[in-house]
Design a protein around this ligand. Structure first.
Ligand code: SF4
Ligand code: FES
Length: 333
Protein backbone atom coordinates (compact mmCIF):
# COMPACT_ATOMS: atom_id res chain seq x y z
CA UNK A 1 0.00 0.00 0.00
CA UNK A 2 1.44 3.40 -1.00
CA UNK A 3 1.77 6.43 1.27
CA UNK A 4 -1.14 8.30 -0.35
CA UNK A 5 -3.48 5.36 0.26
CA UNK A 6 -2.92 5.79 4.02
CA UNK A 7 -5.21 8.78 4.06
CA UNK A 8 -7.86 6.81 2.15
CA UNK A 9 -7.75 3.94 4.63
CA UNK A 10 -8.38 6.31 7.51
CA UNK A 11 -11.11 7.98 5.49
CA UNK A 12 -12.81 4.67 4.71
CA UNK A 13 -12.48 3.49 8.29
CA UNK A 14 -14.06 6.71 9.56
CA UNK A 15 -16.81 6.48 7.00
CA UNK A 16 -17.63 2.93 7.99
CA UNK A 17 -18.96 4.23 11.31
CA UNK A 18 -21.10 6.96 9.78
CA UNK A 19 -23.82 4.68 8.29
CA UNK A 20 -24.67 3.29 11.70
CA UNK A 21 -25.55 6.75 13.01
CA UNK A 22 -27.23 7.69 9.75
CA UNK A 23 -29.37 4.58 9.85
CA UNK A 24 -30.67 5.41 13.33
CA UNK A 25 -31.33 9.00 12.26
CA UNK A 26 -32.99 7.77 9.08
CA UNK A 27 -35.48 5.58 10.95
CA UNK A 28 -36.47 8.59 13.04
CA UNK A 29 -36.83 10.92 10.01
CA UNK A 30 -38.79 8.49 7.79
CA UNK A 31 -41.47 8.30 10.39
CA UNK A 32 -42.14 12.08 10.08
CA UNK A 33 -40.64 13.27 6.70
CA UNK A 34 -40.37 10.56 3.98
CA UNK A 35 -38.77 12.84 1.27
CA UNK A 36 -35.84 13.83 3.49
CA UNK A 37 -35.66 10.26 4.69
CA UNK A 38 -35.19 9.05 1.09
CA UNK A 39 -32.30 11.48 0.50
CA UNK A 40 -30.65 10.41 3.72
CA UNK A 41 -31.12 6.80 2.67
CA UNK A 42 -29.19 7.45 -0.56
CA UNK A 43 -26.41 9.16 1.39
CA UNK A 44 -26.22 6.23 3.78
CA UNK A 45 -26.02 3.76 0.86
CA UNK A 46 -23.17 5.78 -0.64
CA UNK A 47 -21.29 5.71 2.65
CA UNK A 48 -21.91 2.01 3.19
CA UNK A 49 -20.25 1.30 -0.18
CA UNK A 50 -17.19 3.41 0.77
CA UNK A 51 -17.14 1.94 4.25
CA UNK A 52 -17.11 -1.57 2.82
CA UNK A 53 -14.22 -0.73 0.51
CA UNK A 54 -12.30 0.69 3.47
CA UNK A 55 -12.91 -2.36 5.61
CA UNK A 56 -11.78 -4.67 2.80
CA UNK A 57 -8.58 -2.59 2.37
CA UNK A 58 -7.80 -2.81 6.07
CA UNK A 59 -8.64 -6.51 6.14
CA UNK A 60 -6.35 -7.19 3.15
CA UNK A 61 -3.38 -5.31 4.62
CA UNK A 62 -3.95 -6.20 8.26
CA UNK A 63 -2.45 -2.88 9.40
CA UNK A 64 -0.63 0.08 7.95
CA UNK A 65 2.83 -0.66 6.51
CA UNK A 66 5.73 0.05 8.88
CA UNK A 67 7.00 3.19 7.12
CA UNK A 68 3.55 4.74 7.50
CA UNK A 69 3.20 4.02 11.19
CA UNK A 70 3.87 7.21 13.19
CA UNK A 71 6.49 6.86 15.91
CA UNK A 72 5.74 8.32 19.30
CA UNK A 73 8.53 9.42 21.68
CA UNK A 74 10.09 6.46 23.43
CA UNK A 75 8.59 3.94 20.98
CA UNK A 76 11.10 1.62 19.32
CA UNK A 77 11.26 1.33 15.57
CA UNK A 78 8.89 -1.18 13.95
CA UNK A 79 10.79 -4.31 12.82
CA UNK A 80 9.78 -3.92 9.14
CA UNK A 81 11.07 -0.38 9.13
CA UNK A 82 14.41 -1.43 10.57
CA UNK A 83 14.91 -3.69 7.58
CA UNK A 84 13.55 -1.05 5.13
CA UNK A 85 16.02 1.53 6.39
CA UNK A 86 19.16 -0.04 4.89
CA UNK A 87 17.63 -0.77 1.47
CA UNK A 88 18.64 1.25 -1.53
CA UNK A 89 15.64 2.29 -3.67
CA UNK A 90 16.17 2.23 -7.43
CA UNK A 91 18.00 5.32 -8.72
CA UNK A 92 18.81 6.59 -5.21
CA UNK A 93 22.25 7.67 -3.97
CA UNK A 94 23.72 7.20 -0.55
CA UNK A 95 24.12 10.53 1.21
CA UNK A 96 25.54 11.44 4.60
CA UNK A 97 23.48 14.07 6.39
CA UNK A 98 25.16 15.77 9.32
CA UNK A 99 22.89 17.75 11.60
CA UNK A 100 24.20 20.21 14.15
CA UNK A 101 22.02 20.12 17.25
CA UNK A 102 22.51 22.28 20.30
CA UNK A 103 23.09 20.35 23.48
CA UNK A 104 21.83 22.44 26.45
CA UNK A 105 23.88 20.34 28.92
CA UNK A 106 27.26 21.01 27.32
CA UNK A 107 26.14 24.33 25.74
CA UNK A 108 27.74 23.15 22.51
CA UNK A 109 26.54 21.91 19.15
CA UNK A 110 26.71 18.14 18.69
CA UNK A 111 27.00 16.84 15.17
CA UNK A 112 24.83 13.83 14.42
CA UNK A 113 25.37 11.90 11.23
CA UNK A 114 22.85 9.82 9.25
CA UNK A 115 23.30 7.76 6.08
CA UNK A 116 20.23 7.84 3.87
CA UNK A 117 19.35 6.94 0.30
CA UNK A 118 17.80 9.73 -1.71
CA UNK A 119 16.92 10.21 -5.36
CA UNK A 120 17.45 13.33 -7.49
CA UNK A 121 14.05 14.78 -6.59
CA UNK A 122 14.52 14.88 -2.81
CA UNK A 123 14.74 18.24 -1.08
CA UNK A 124 16.65 18.90 2.13
CA UNK A 125 13.31 19.05 3.95
CA UNK A 126 12.23 15.64 2.53
CA UNK A 127 15.45 14.12 3.85
CA UNK A 128 15.09 15.70 7.28
CA UNK A 129 11.55 14.38 7.53
CA UNK A 130 12.79 10.95 6.51
CA UNK A 131 15.46 11.09 9.22
CA UNK A 132 12.81 12.16 11.72
CA UNK A 133 10.48 9.30 10.81
CA UNK A 134 13.09 6.57 10.36
CA UNK A 135 16.00 7.44 12.66
CA UNK A 136 15.24 9.98 15.35
CA UNK A 137 11.78 11.31 16.04
CA UNK A 138 13.11 13.90 18.49
CA UNK A 139 14.61 15.97 15.65
CA UNK A 140 12.82 19.32 15.36
CA UNK A 141 12.46 21.52 12.32
CA UNK A 142 9.82 24.05 11.26
CA UNK A 143 7.98 23.84 7.95
CA UNK A 144 4.51 24.30 6.61
CA UNK A 145 3.82 24.78 2.91
CA UNK A 146 6.70 22.67 1.50
CA UNK A 147 6.64 24.89 -1.60
CA UNK A 148 8.65 28.03 -0.86
CA UNK A 149 5.67 30.17 0.12
CA UNK A 150 5.36 30.28 3.91
CA UNK A 151 9.02 31.06 4.64
CA UNK A 152 9.16 28.87 7.73
CA UNK A 153 11.79 26.26 6.80
CA UNK A 154 14.87 28.50 6.71
CA UNK A 155 18.12 26.85 7.84
CA UNK A 156 21.76 26.66 6.89
CA UNK A 157 22.91 23.89 4.52
CA UNK A 158 26.65 23.52 3.89
CA UNK A 159 27.16 27.05 5.21
CA UNK A 160 24.49 28.63 3.01
CA UNK A 161 21.17 30.02 4.30
CA UNK A 162 18.45 28.19 2.35
CA UNK A 163 14.79 27.24 2.37
CA UNK A 164 14.94 23.50 3.09
CA UNK A 165 11.84 22.78 1.01
CA UNK A 166 13.26 24.50 -2.08
CA UNK A 167 16.77 23.10 -1.91
CA UNK A 168 17.57 20.01 -3.89
CA UNK A 169 19.59 17.65 -1.71
CA UNK A 170 21.85 16.04 -4.30
CA UNK A 171 22.88 19.34 -5.86
CA UNK A 172 23.99 20.70 -2.48
CA UNK A 173 26.31 17.81 -1.59
CA UNK A 174 30.00 18.42 -1.05
CA UNK A 175 32.75 16.26 -2.59
CA UNK A 176 32.25 13.62 0.15
CA UNK A 177 28.58 13.26 -0.79
CA UNK A 178 27.58 14.80 2.50
CA UNK A 179 25.62 17.81 3.62
CA UNK A 180 25.77 19.64 6.95
CA UNK A 181 22.52 21.16 8.15
CA UNK A 182 22.39 23.62 11.05
CA UNK A 183 20.02 26.27 12.41
CA UNK A 184 20.22 29.89 11.27
CA UNK A 185 22.64 31.91 13.42
CA UNK A 186 20.96 35.28 12.87
CA UNK A 187 17.97 34.38 15.02
CA UNK A 188 17.89 33.03 18.61
CA UNK A 189 17.81 29.24 18.75
CA UNK A 190 14.75 27.43 20.13
CA UNK A 191 15.54 23.77 19.42
CA UNK A 192 17.57 21.83 16.82
CA UNK A 193 16.78 23.59 13.52
CA UNK A 194 14.03 25.84 14.88
CA UNK A 195 14.81 29.50 15.56
CA UNK A 196 12.85 32.28 17.26
CA UNK A 197 11.40 34.92 14.92
CA UNK A 198 9.96 37.29 17.55
CA UNK A 199 12.55 40.04 17.11
CA UNK A 200 12.46 39.57 13.32
CA UNK A 201 8.70 40.24 13.27
CA UNK A 202 9.10 43.14 15.70
CA UNK A 203 11.57 44.79 13.32
CA UNK A 204 9.24 44.16 10.39
CA UNK A 205 6.35 45.68 12.32
CA UNK A 206 8.45 48.67 13.42
CA UNK A 207 8.64 50.05 9.87
CA UNK A 208 4.83 50.00 9.58
CA UNK A 209 4.57 47.84 6.47
CA UNK A 210 1.19 49.11 5.30
CA UNK A 211 -0.14 52.07 3.30
CA UNK A 212 -0.24 55.46 5.01
CA UNK A 213 -3.16 57.64 3.95
CA UNK A 214 -3.68 61.20 5.15
CA UNK A 215 -7.42 60.75 5.19
CA UNK A 216 -7.94 57.84 7.59
CA UNK A 217 -11.72 57.84 7.21
CA UNK A 218 -11.38 57.51 3.45
CA UNK A 219 -8.90 54.66 3.91
CA UNK A 220 -11.40 52.62 5.87
CA UNK A 221 -14.43 53.43 3.72
CA UNK A 222 -12.94 54.12 0.29
CA UNK A 223 -15.49 54.90 -2.39
CA UNK A 224 -13.18 54.12 -5.30
CA UNK A 225 -10.14 51.96 -5.93
CA UNK A 226 -6.63 53.40 -5.70
CA UNK A 227 -5.75 52.98 -9.36
CA UNK A 228 -2.17 52.47 -10.51
CA UNK A 229 -0.49 52.17 -13.90
CA UNK A 230 1.66 49.16 -14.72
CA UNK A 231 4.74 51.39 -14.43
CA UNK A 232 3.74 52.48 -10.93
CA UNK A 233 3.18 48.86 -9.86
CA UNK A 234 6.55 47.79 -11.26
CA UNK A 235 8.27 50.34 -9.03
CA UNK A 236 7.55 48.32 -5.90
CA UNK A 237 6.49 44.89 -7.16
CA UNK A 238 9.87 43.08 -6.80
CA UNK A 239 10.08 44.12 -3.13
CA UNK A 240 6.60 42.86 -2.38
CA UNK A 241 7.63 39.24 -3.06
CA UNK A 242 9.17 38.94 0.41
CA UNK A 243 7.91 35.83 2.25
CA UNK A 244 9.59 36.82 5.55
CA UNK A 245 11.80 33.75 5.69
CA UNK A 246 14.55 35.68 7.50
CA UNK A 247 17.37 34.26 5.34
CA UNK A 248 18.62 37.75 4.44
CA UNK A 249 18.84 38.61 8.15
CA UNK A 250 20.84 35.43 8.76
CA UNK A 251 23.23 36.22 5.92
CA UNK A 252 23.73 39.90 6.91
CA UNK A 253 27.02 40.48 8.78
CA UNK A 254 25.68 43.72 10.32
CA UNK A 255 22.57 42.05 11.81
CA UNK A 256 24.86 39.42 13.32
CA UNK A 257 27.02 42.05 15.03
CA UNK A 258 24.49 44.81 15.82
CA UNK A 259 21.15 43.63 17.17
CA UNK A 260 19.74 47.19 16.91
CA UNK A 261 20.10 47.27 13.13
CA UNK A 262 16.63 46.89 11.68
CA UNK A 263 18.02 44.71 8.89
CA UNK A 264 17.58 44.07 5.18
CA UNK A 265 14.09 42.58 5.33
CA UNK A 266 12.48 45.54 7.12
CA UNK A 267 14.43 48.12 5.08
CA UNK A 268 13.40 46.51 1.80
CA UNK A 269 9.80 46.91 2.99
CA UNK A 270 10.41 50.58 3.80
CA UNK A 271 11.49 51.07 0.20
CA UNK A 272 8.59 48.95 -1.07
CA UNK A 273 6.03 51.29 0.58
CA UNK A 274 8.05 54.40 -0.19
CA UNK A 275 7.76 53.58 -3.91
CA UNK A 276 4.07 52.73 -3.77
CA UNK A 277 2.14 55.58 -5.43
CA UNK A 278 -0.82 54.94 -3.10
CA UNK A 279 1.27 55.61 -0.01
CA UNK A 280 1.23 59.14 1.43
CA UNK A 281 3.89 58.68 4.09
CA UNK A 282 7.09 58.92 2.02
CA UNK A 283 8.64 61.79 4.03
CA UNK A 284 7.93 60.03 7.30
CA UNK A 285 9.39 56.75 6.03
CA UNK A 286 12.61 58.41 4.88
CA UNK A 287 12.96 60.23 8.19
CA UNK A 288 12.53 56.98 10.15
CA UNK A 289 15.14 55.17 8.05
CA UNK A 290 17.66 58.03 8.18
CA UNK A 291 19.84 56.74 11.05
CA UNK A 292 22.60 54.27 11.86
CA UNK A 293 20.17 51.50 12.88
CA UNK A 294 18.27 52.09 9.67
CA UNK A 295 19.49 52.56 6.11
CA UNK A 296 22.92 53.93 7.13
CA UNK A 297 23.69 50.80 9.16
CA UNK A 298 23.98 48.84 5.92
CA UNK A 299 27.57 48.23 4.83
CA UNK A 300 26.51 46.86 1.46
CA UNK A 301 28.00 43.39 1.73
CA UNK A 302 25.26 42.20 -0.61
CA UNK A 303 24.94 38.82 1.13
CA UNK A 304 21.25 39.47 1.87
CA UNK A 305 20.38 39.61 -1.82
CA UNK A 306 22.45 36.51 -2.52
CA UNK A 307 20.57 34.57 0.17
CA UNK A 308 17.07 35.72 -0.79
CA UNK A 309 15.14 32.82 -2.35
CA UNK A 310 12.55 35.17 -3.85
CA UNK A 311 14.84 37.58 -5.70
CA UNK A 312 13.75 40.52 -3.56
CA UNK A 313 17.23 42.11 -3.64
CA UNK A 314 17.16 43.92 -0.28
CA UNK A 315 20.71 45.24 -0.83
CA UNK A 316 19.64 47.32 -3.83
CA UNK A 317 16.48 48.45 -1.99
CA UNK A 318 18.63 49.82 0.84
CA UNK A 319 21.00 51.65 -1.53
CA UNK A 320 18.02 53.18 -3.35
CA UNK A 321 16.60 54.16 0.01
CA UNK A 322 19.88 55.90 0.91
CA UNK A 323 19.78 57.71 -2.46
CA UNK A 324 16.17 58.80 -1.79
CA UNK A 325 17.14 60.09 1.68
CA UNK A 326 20.01 62.06 0.15
CA UNK A 327 17.77 63.46 -2.61
CA UNK A 328 15.15 64.45 -0.06
CA UNK A 329 17.81 66.01 2.17
CA UNK A 330 19.14 67.93 -0.90
CA UNK A 331 15.68 69.32 -1.59
CA UNK A 332 15.48 70.73 1.92
CA UNK A 333 18.76 72.70 1.58
S1 SF4 B 1 13.90 39.72 1.62
FE1 SF4 B 1 14.12 37.65 0.77
S2 SF4 B 1 15.48 36.61 2.23
FE2 SF4 B 1 14.72 38.44 3.25
S3 SF4 B 1 12.94 37.75 4.41
FE3 SF4 B 1 12.19 38.51 2.43
S4 SF4 B 1 12.13 36.70 1.10
FE4 SF4 B 1 13.38 36.14 2.88
S1 FES C 1 7.95 24.95 4.13
FE1 FES C 1 7.11 26.84 3.46
S2 FES C 1 8.80 27.85 2.59
FE2 FES C 1 9.59 25.89 3.08
Amino acid sequence: MRRDSRFMVFLYAGMALVPLFLFLYLVAVIAYAPAEGLMLGLAAAWMIIFGTFGSVEIYKHGRLPAEQMPLIPGQTMAKDLESERGKRPKGAEQVTVKIKRFNPDTKKFDEESYDVYEDRLATVLDTLLKIKSQHDNTLSMRYSCRMGICGSCGMVANGKPVLACETNLLSELDENKSITVEPMQGHPLLKDLVTDFDSFFEKHESVEPHLYRNDKAEQYSAEKAYRQTRKQVNEFLPYSYCIMCGLCMDACPVVNSNTEFVGPQALSQVYRYYKDSRDQGSKRRLLDADNLHGAWGCEFSGSCSKACPKGVDPASAIQLLKASIMADFGEQL
